[in-house]
Design a protein around this ligand. Sequence first.
Ligand code: COA
Length: 575
Amino acid sequence: MMAETNELEILEEPLFILESGDVYINPTEVKMCQLILPCHANHRGELSAGQLLKWMDTTACLSAERHANCPCVTVSVDDIDFERTISIGQVVNIKAKVNRAFNTSMEVGITITCEDPSSGTQWKVCNAFATFVAKGTGLGKVQLKPTVPRTSGEQMEYSIAAERRRMRLHHLETIKDLVSSSTIQEDPSGEEWQSAVPAGKTRVESIELVLPPHANHQSNTFGGQIMAWMESVAAISASRFCKGHPVLKTIDMFHFRGPSQVGDRINLKAIVNNAFKTSFEVGICAEAYHQEDWDRKTHINSAFLTYVMLGKDGELSTLPRIKPEPGDGERRYREASARKKIRLDRKYIISCKQTEVPLSVPWDPSNQVYLSYNNISALKMLAAKQNWVLNCTQNKAKLFTLEEGQFLSFKVEMSVSVNVKQVFTLLSDMSRRHEWDTHYQKFELIQKVDEDDVIYHVISPSVSKGSNFQDFVLLASRRVPCAVGDPYLIALRSVSLPAAPPTKDLVRSEVLCAGFTLWEEDDTHTKITYYIQATPGVLPYITRNITGLSADVCKVTEACIKFLELNKDIASVAL
Ligand code: COA
């Protein structure tokens, strides 16, 4: 799983030594270690995805319960990409820890590695994130105590967890909007229809009785058990379609809408929704029939799993088309096409390492939510870096630099006598940036994506003398704090957009990551930190002219402080 990981990339966080001299271990950390036996494997001798999901859920749940001090239930598990399989005889290591507690829910980060005891090699398999809610003994909600991140890795996960939560909570709505507005794949030609598999042939229905071993000590069914049942029914539907044993590639987010208990019957229904050239989507739905009233049924979960079929040589096989059933089947067929596009975009933007994401990702509605996430999380990651070197102090500003591989990053810290909400309002209004930043000579709003994201075009003087003016197409994403103690954020990154193509008069330039973090010092003071990651294109100029850059930064900083202090009273504080 996760293509970018291999034997060389298991990077353990450096040890964090406490004042007592002891090595710090996160108090919520839980580890599970399992030897893969034939009973855990499918007919190919590979660990079944359902079994892995069960172990992941159990480990994560025990970690959540360590933090909550009471029983917890699974609310959701984020999308998972399966890129590598695990075989009989190998050992799977699962490590879970609570990244952040919100109000009643918490995000648990799960890391899965695999080892081959015969060769001693180890490799990282994947990372996953699950959300749990504490379920006390009474009926009321359980308010969780906050988590306190200690190491730099924990601080980064804590910070980005807020952004992942935002994405999760909007997930259903986002997918619905995208599916309803997406353009649909062309229907197959007459010839393809003739060889198409009727979707009805892939329909599977199965039932499970929830018994005590499937549930916790409060009789709530384990989320991992439901996921495992769903995966095994989906696999039957998938094998009916391709007349063989396909391989699971991805699972879209699982969301547990309602609970089920010991004694309930879980009805599972699966069908192939659509087939593409080499992959196909199976939809699976789980409903609970409650023992106290058999007529009462609750829809507890729906999921979409993507499979591929491998030939003898391990190459992807070309698949037949599917002929959807009229009505609902046709709707699912079209929705599956839209989800495929969303999945590809997500993988492209989110699964890549920051340094591998192309500078200007094409913007479109199907990747908007992931680009916005990427924009904010890149800024948070840059802000969490540890080895900044103080370069100079000029008046009220401090300039730091950080060299990492091919990237050189800058950080400017300053303090202003202005309330943080006013600073946020003024700095996130990109149409006013030219008032203090001479690099923003011309500004044009291209698209207001939503309340927190805008795309704009800016023209600025060239960094090197005698060259043409440069232009940028930037996505600006802003966030108010998720909880007390979090900063306000304004993140910027380049995107490309057909509405703003490069022109021959201007040099199209790019920003990978830039932005502001704003920390409230008190009611009338704000600490502003500005970050920018210099792209390889401007590095030669910057490294030749670090003194010029410091003077420039100093000038812009002074202008920014002046602008904020002058305009603070007219800044709207209605956020
Ligand atoms: N992903 C992540 N978190 C989610 C979420 C999702 N899709 N939907 C809701 N949440 C979070 C909310 O943010 C909230 O957390 P917060 O208090 O920290 O802000 C928390 O879940 C509760 O949400 P809320 O809307 O107040 O409650 P609800 O009435 O929708 O109930 C559950 C939420 C989890 C209690 C309910 O959906 C449930 O019982 N689900 C089944 C859980 C279960 O039994 N799982 C095991 C397998 S059956």
